[in-house]
Design a protein around this ligand. Structure first.
Ligand code: DP6
Length: 344
């Protein structure tokens, strides 16, 4: 049995978000997106050889590794098949995957999970991949945001700005690319958890329904200009310029979701209470800006040295269950062998 390879990849928080696709099977987004790779919220995946001829897929349940089941297992199995056929290697694999997300974070883990899985599998199948090559493999998992976790720091995933009824660009145009590395700007993501349950409607369904919203096209049209301004603000480290773009984009995504058919309401009352708290913080001079993914939890982007005070303020909002302090982080790391203490 080989020692295999393990990879650790972090989640990312989108400043300008992927919402709606030109081609969901090929994961071609309708708009470009921009994100910050995190450091605490991450996944680790080890891939080696199983005892028999079948794939073995285990996930960590917080106590120990258990057999993965249901759609979680089938999405991983489908991605292994995709990677084997891509590399022309036909052999069974043993997969152990674990999220380092703080318990009950209520956060999506597919971006970090599929990026770590892609990096570990590529190495285990003899085709190690990083950067653009890893981004392309991770994107193919179906979790488009995983394409951005292939890099650290601030990352742009292009392929957008294309008419959703027009032709999809070539795959070669699709990998995400770094805008600036993590050490460029020490930003925090202070996450107010208002609901730690699973998503009510998956992002996949959200992408599908987005085109039915009368506001979808308006958001797409605003995106190229918003992207240019956001990238400039990241390069110049200007949070006062970036913040309003982040908040506007998240609120527009949710406006699209709420006006899709059938509508999707991700927000909870506490989501609004946190948004109001963030605005009140700004009025007292704290540079903090909010964003929400396909769920009710609020991510607050701020300079890292303000993280502790912001976390304390958010913890006091009615309905906030807990607060996680994360910050900008580096690219995935791949190593031979299994992580210390794993039953590989
Ligand atoms: C709202 O299709 O990447 O987070 O597979 O659940 O991670 P998952 O979703 P994906 O869509 C991401 C939607 C988003 C915005 C974003 O991260 O760009």
């Amino acid at each position: 049995m080989s020692a295999g390879f393990h990879a650790r990849a972090a989640a990312n928080i989108a400043f300008l978000k992927y919402w709606g696709a030109i081609d969901l099977d090929r994961v071609v987004p309708a708009n470009a997106s921009l994100s910050m790779t995190l450091s605490v919220c991450a996944s680790t995946c080890w891939i080696g050889s199983p005892g028999g001829n079948e794939d073995e897929i285990l996930r960590h349940d917080g106590v120990s590794f258990v057999a993965a089941e249901g759609s979680f297992r089938s999405r991983i199995a489908a991605h292994l098949d995709r990677l084997r056929s891509r590399f022309g290697v036909d052999r069974p694999l043993r997969v152990l995957t674990r999220n380092a997300f703080p318990a009950a974070a209520g956060l999506a883990s597919s971006a970090s999970g599929f990026c770590a899985l892609s990096a570990a599998a590529a190495a285990a199948l003899g085709h190690p991949a990083e950067g653009a090559a890893l981004s392309e493999l991770a994107r193919r998992s179906g979790s488009g945001s995983a394409a951005r976790s292939a890099f650290g720091g601030f990352v742009r995933w292009p392929a957008g700005d294309v008419d959703p009824e027009g032709a999809a660009p070539d795959d070669s145009e699709l990998p995400a690319a770094p805008v600036t590395p993590a050490n460029h700007w020490d930003l925090a993501d202070v996450i107010a958890i208002v609901d730690d349950g699973p998503k009510t409607v998956s992002s996949l369904d959200g992408h599908r329904r987005a085109v039915t919203s009368p506001h979808f096209r308006a958001r797409l049209e605003a995106m190229p200009d918003r992207m240019r301004r956001a990238v400039d603000a990241v390069r110049a480290r200007e949070l006062d310029a970036l913040g309003p773009l982040i908040e506007a984009d998240a609120i527009e995504l949710h406006a699209v979701a709420m006006t899709s058919s059938p509508p999707i309401h991700y927000w909870r009352p506490a989501t609004v209470a946190v948004l109001e708290r963030v605005r009140a913080l700004r009025e007292t001079g704290v540079p903090a800006w909010a964003t929400m993914d396909a769920g009710p939890n609020v991510h607050v982007i701020a300079p890292h040295d303000r993280s502790g005070a912001i976390a304390q303020a958010l913890a006091g909002v009615d309905g906030v269950q807990r607060v996680i302090e994360d910050r900008v982080g580096g690219p995935p790391v791949v190593r031979e062998g299994s992580p210390a203490g794993w039953p590989a």
